[in-house]
Design a protein around this ligand. Structure first.
Ligand SMILES: CC(C)(COP(=O)(O)OP(=O)(O)OC[C@H]1O[C@@H](n2cnc3c(N)ncnc32)[C@H](O)[C@@H]1OP(=O)(O)O)[C@@H](O)C(=O)NCCC(=O)NCCS
Length: 177
């Protein structure tokens, strides 16, 4: 368990699938994420029950608000390669009232990056963000990510419109607290 002032990061429980299923339909979350074909609650529950234990290759953690113990989002580090020490990060705050200024996402990012650099001994953490997602880009820059480049028209939104994606990275030693 990783603990800050506002949030703790901990493993997800299968019964939390119902809450996560609700988040998937929130357009403020969904419009910035790579979307898959619609999945039923039963399929999501089954996937959660079969989820492998967290490991170097894939660490998926729930973001829990410390004040009320509520699960408010998910953060993961995936595809870590021991030879190069790189991994890719994803995050979203699913609970709308905790999003956009409370500092929950910022603290979760710092905790996860610190874990990646210190415990997993990563050298670099990367992520992709849709160019128009100004809030996420602001938060990523604030915690120490740098914009490396632009993948033109690489993201297709739910309405079929294409958007550029920005590749960002943070090296060990660049995390801003
Ligand atoms: C991106 C996300 C994880 C950030 O977490 P959060 O808890 O909302 O962010 P915080 O409250 O920690 O910080 C928000 C910051 O963005 C700023 N902000 C809010 N709206 C903004 C906007 N439209 N443009 C720029 N900055 C904005 C806030 O002022 C605050 O900055 P400050 O602390 O310097 O004042 C969260 O908003 C989220 O999950 N969004 C939907 C899904 C998503 O975009 N995921 C990322 C995909 S790459």
């Amino acid at each position: 368990m990783l603990e800050g002032e506002l949030v703790r990061l901990r493993a997800l429980e299968p019964e939390e699938s119902d809450r996560i299923h609700g988040w998937v339909h929130d357009p403020d979350v969904g419009r910035w994420m790579n979307h898959s074909y619609p999945r039923s609650l039963a399929q999501l529950r089954k996937r959660a029950e079969e989820r492998p234990v967290n490991s170097y290759e894939l660490v998926v953690l729930g973001i829990e608000a410390k004040a009320d113990g509520q699960l408010i989002g998910i953060i993961d580090l995936r595809d870590a390669e021991p030879e190069v020490g790189n991994a890719e990060l994803d995050i979203y705050i699913g609970e709308a009232e905790y999003r956009g200024g409370g500092g929950y996402g910022t603290e979760a990012l710092r905790l996860m990056c610190r874990y990646g650099f210190n415990s997993m001994r990563l050298h670099m953490i990367t992520l992709w963000v849709v160019a128009e997602n100004e809030r996420a880009r602001h938060v990523y820059r604030k915690v120490g990510f740098t914009e490396d480049g632009r993948h033109r028209e690489a993201f297709v939104a739910m309405d079929g419109k294409r958007h550029d994606m920005i590749l960002m990275s943070m090296l060990k030693g660049e995390l801003r607290s």
